[in-house]
Ligand binder design. Structure first.
Ligand code: 13P
Length: 343
């Protein structure tokens, strides 16, 4: 096993106050975001958008790793520099999403299973040769009055553990992402109960599959009320519930936890991460950082609108957002910083 490589990747990803940028939207998801922002949904617009991101000046000051999608890892800037090389130039470790999306889970109406284990060993070897040093696999768990089922949780966490074992064997650090979705009217307590249950099964499966936790990154949801729950939770309450849930389920051997944003606004995701650091400073056994997609990209995407003349402004907003998440990782974010583009 490439143990030195795995250790170096973990060190690089958790250096300083940096975090991760997920820019691994599948083609349908990227097209959906483009459609909402009035941007044409073509391969060239997707390439141009990813070029905007990887060439954003100073992105590497705030971002330690970026997760790419298969289409993107093969693409280059208009000057012919592979995106993967552009990221390395910025001091950013390239990563790759390797799951193949979700499909209905047979026998469990309303639930999903993530695909992609077949042929994964060979795909990982190829990605390693291209320069990817970490990977991501996302499982989704729905909440309803009767969900999630035991069958769905076990099937998905087993797949995550099989994927993680294959990654480590290939010299690639696995990000394991068991995302409990925000959709629905459930309250914060329900999200807490489901998240802790899912994570217990995940770590049991990782143990069963001989995955070494010192080379694993957990990418969890924050503990939040459902999107259609009329009663919002305070920033402090979310921070408290989220860290309490993690402390009760994530072994200290795990080097780092990097949150997804899951449909929260960029400001809310940053404020929640900040409050966790303010409240639990010095009391966390793992690094606690971000691996946001929408909460970093969305404001920039809306400014870009697919137009060349907006690229510089969009890049500025993107890097500003990442810098606010850096501040949150130190517990030094303040909403007033939102308006100071030089912060
Ligand atoms: P969001 O931050 O938009 O939830 O995306 C994170 C991610 O990588 C989902 O797999």
């Amino acid at each position: 096993m490439k143990t030195k490589e795995l250790t170096n990747t973990i060190k690089a990803l958790f250096a300083g106050d940096k975090g991760l940028l997920a820019m691994d939207e599948s083609i349908p998801t990227c097209n959906k975001r483009f459609e909402e922002a009035g941007i044409p949904q073509t391969i060239e617009y997707r390439r141009a958008y990813r070029e905007l991101i990887v060439t954003a000046p100073n992105l590497g000051k705030h971002i330690s790793g970026a997760i790419l999608f298969d289409e993107t890892i093969h693409q280059s800037t208009k000057d012919g520099i592979l995106f993967i090389d552009m990221l390395k130039k910025q001091g950013i470790v390239p990563g790759i999403k390797v799951d193949e999306g979700t499909t209905d889970l047979a026998g469990f109406p309303g639930e999903k299973i993530t695909m992609g284990l077949d042929g994964l060993k060979e795909r990982l070897a190829n990605y390693y040769n291209m320069g990817a040093r970490f990977a991501k696999w996302r499982a989704v768990i729905n909440i309803s009055p009767v969900l999630p089922s035991r069958g769905c949780i076990e099937a998905n966490m087993h797949a995550l553990a099989r994927y993680a074992a294959l990654c480590q064997e290939a010299g690639i650090v696995p990000i394991v992402e068991p995302e409990v979705l925000m959709d629905g009217p459930h309250d914060l307590k329900k999200c807490f109960d489901v998240t802790i249950r899912v994570q217990h099964v995940l770590f049991d499966q990782l143990f069963a599959q001989n995955v070494n936790l010192k080379w694993v990154i957990l990418k969890p949801n924050m503990v939040l009320p459902g999107l259609s729950n009329p009663k919002p939770a305070s920033v402090d309450k979310v921070a408290e519930a989220t860290v309490t849930c993690l402390l009760q389920s994530v072994p200290a051997a795990v080097p780092g936890v990097a949150f997804l944003s899951g449909g929260q606004s960029a400001e809310a995701a940053t404020a929640h991460l900040n409050a966790m650091h303010v409240k639990f400073k010095g009391k966390l056994p793992w690094a606690l950082t971000f691996s946001f997609a929408r909460a970093i990209q969305q404001p920039a995407l809306e400014i870009w609108k697919g137009k060349d003349e907006n690229v510089a402004e969009a890049q500025k907003i993107l890097v500003h957002r990442a810098s606010l998440d850096n501040a949150a990782r130190r517990g030094e974010y303040n909403p007033e910083m939102e308006h100071d583009l030089n912060a």
